[in-house]
Write a protein that binds this ligand. Structure first.
Ligand code: SF4
Length: 345
């Protein structure tokens, strides 16, 4: 799925094509990511959403070449600024991490080394790529500037992680993630372990830093409400497939894929009381996906054709792509009837 940003840069900094990742099990391979393709533009923030186990984090780890056995990349291409990441050797990859691609991991609060001062952890990142720095003062000033970028006070320089709050530790991880000005930063559920107020502040910090430092950002999460406030586009994944990708305002105003509609419908509202919508149907065995559309066992609009042919991404509207047969012009009438039923349910 490829789109261009209308108001931002049209330069693609990350191009993912046909990425497929499996986990080997004694009972057969589990398909975690199934031939997904998308572009990330310079300066863009892309949200990657979907329910737990849909392959969002595996996609991130695949892009970063951090998939651990029994996981493995079956096929695909991951290009960052013209560099094919899958062709890099171990040493080249080590250098590329933090400078080309960096990760703010899930549970980042626990990823800091509890026995090292904050300054030493950041200095480690910098010196592992740039070698021993001659001027300690210049290095300290550089770290202070990073602290300023992420809204941290200079006094934490000499502190240990246990002396910081959860939100502060998360900001340290953001500072480390952008310390070497990578082309692409991937934040994997970076705010999920925080309380809601801190979540919002940290998410905003992430985007502010992205703009100040000039990186492109992928934010992985399942909180559609939070993502809506910080991303430019949203890509929706279901069972390892990318089912819809669109500018954030389009996807909330008019979600196209039945799964996205159900996801958005499930966002709680403090303005209106509404019954919780349950997505009926069963989730398939990931070792044995259904024929045709991956969502058909849970889709309220599925019909025979959905079992016969896998839907390809369709450019349904300007800058809005969806993988669903209802947007195939052959089935226009079916689409109108289906959504009239949905609106009245
Ligand atoms: Fe539902 Fe069919 Fe569209 Fe899949 S292709 S989402 S089963 S209507």
């Amino acid at each position: 799925m490829e789109k261009q940003l209308e108001n931002g840069s049209e330069r693609v900094v990350l191009k993912v094509e046909k990425l497929r990742i499996h986990y080997a099990t004694p009972q057969g391979d589990v398909i975690a990511v199934s031939d997904i393709s998308f572009d990330l533009f310079e300066g863009e923030t892309l949200g990657l959403v979907g329910e737990s186990g849909c392959g969002k984090s595996t996609t991130a780890y695949g892009i970063l070449q951090l998939v651990q056995p029994p996981g493995y990349i079956v096929n695909g291409s991951i290009e960052v600024d013209g560099t094919e990441v899958l062709d890099l050797g171990e040493e080249e990859l080590r250098k590329f991490r933090w400078t080309g691609l960096s990760l703010i991991p899930q549970g980042a609060m626990n990823s800091l080394n509890p026995t090292m001062r904050i300054k030493d952890q950041i200095i480690d990142v910098i010196e592992s790529h740039e070698g021993k720095q001659k001027s300690k003062e210049a290095l300290r000033d550089r770290i202070f500037e990073l602290f300023q970028n992420v809204g941290l006070p200079n006094r934490i320089y000499d502190m240990y992680p246990h002396e910081l709050s959860g939100g502060m530790k998360q900001r340290v991880c953001i500072a480390m993630g952008v310390a070497l000005h990578p082309t692409v930063v991937i934040a994997d559920e970076a705010t999920s372990a925080l309380d809601v107020v801190v979540q919002r502040i940290v998410a905003q910090t992430l985007v502010k830093v992205k703009d100040e430092i000039g990186v492109s950002l992928i934010v992985i999460g399942h909180d559609m409400g939070l993502l809506a406030q910080i991303v430019d586009r949203i890509a929706v994944m279901y069972a390892g497939k990318m089912v819809e990708i669109a500018p954030v305002e389009n996807i909330y105003a008019e979600p196209l894929h039945p799964y996205t509609r159900l996801l958005i419908d499930s966002i709680p509202s403090i303005k209106e009381r509404k019954p919780l919508k349950i997505t009926e149907g069963i989730t398939h065995d990931p070792r044995n996906p259904p024929s045709g559309c991956i969502f058909r066992l849970r889709c309220p609009f599925a019909w025979e054709h959905c079992a016969e042919e896998e839907p390809e991404p369709i450019d349904a509207e300007h800058k809005h792509e969806v993988a669903c047969h209802l947007y195939d012009e052959r089935f226009e009438e079916r689409r109108a009837n289906a959504f009239a039923t949905f609106a009245n349910s």
